[in-house]
Write a protein that binds this ligand. Structure first.
Ligand code: AKG
Length: 231
């Protein structure tokens, strides 16, 4: 059965205003369950599992969120096993793995996964694979961003660009500043305009794709046209 988007919501509700009383624009947007093409997903995961022996540079994350990540090399299969089984002795994250470094079979499978509307910006994709509890500390990006959740859940906290006159929330006191909180599940997409600070935590072993590109804001208008097969 072909279905349109089952749910989408603008995350701002007008309470984020600048000092001059203007509403922050453009605003973050979440679209639920757009990437639920089961066949493409199964194929893509199959290709990923087939690359089990490929070595990747992952990070071992410190539990205190203050010390440095510890980089180390591991087999992709070992990482997948830890992330997809939701059991890992310590938080390990393959962050921001750029498409140019992916083995060609993974690149080809991704074309089907992201569909026609994103195929032209696939060269800007990055893959994120992490165990439960991995995180990305608060930062903002210089480009608009699409974050697509492929597997597991992530919690994203988001602060508007006006926070402390563009400086974003101070580290350690983020929760004291007005923010949005969204939980992304498998198949969900988050559009995050540039300059909105954000912090991400994986609530499960998680796999995501993201695109930093000036055109991603325009592309989200096309998603209602994508029909997807329900499981
Ligand atoms: O998923 C993550 O851990 C971080 C994603 C992120 O910060 C981004 O896409 O800009």
């Amino acid at each position: 059965m072909l279905v349109p988007i089952t749910h989408s919501s603008h995350l701002t509700s007008g309470h984020f205003t600048t000092k001059r009383g203007e509403t922050e624009t453009p605003a973050p947007l979440v679209i639920r369950r757009v990437f639920i093409d089961d066949r493409a997903l199964r194929h893509w995961f199959g290709v990923l599992h087939g690359l089990a022996r490929v070595t990747v540079k992952a990070s071992l994350l410190p539990p205190d969120r203050m010390s440095e990540d510890r980089p180390f090399r591991m087999a992709l299969g070992e990482l997948l096993q830890a992330a997809l089984s939701d059991a890992a002795p310590a938080p390990v994250y393959l962050r921001q793995w750029p498409v140019a470094s992916w083995p060609p079979p993974l690149r080809h499978a991704a074309i089907e996964l992201v569909g026609k509307s994103l195929a032209d910006i696939l060269p800007f994709a990055h893959l994120w694979i992490g165990t439960r509890g991995v995180y990305t500390p608060t930062h903002s990006d210089d480009e608009d961003n699409l974050l697509i959740q492929i597997h597991g859940r992530k919690r994203v906290l988001i602060w508007p660009p006006s926070t402390r006159d563009g400086k974003g929330p101070p580290i350690g006191a983020e929760q004291d500043y007005p923010h949005l909180s969204v939980c992304l599940g498998a198949g969900d997409l988050l559009y995050l305009p540039k300059d909105w600070a954000h912090e991400v935590t994986a609530l499960d072993g998680a796999v995501s794709l993201n695109f930093w590109h000036p055109l991603v804001g325009k592309k989200i208008g096309r998603f209602p046209l994508i029909g997807r097969t329900t499981p």
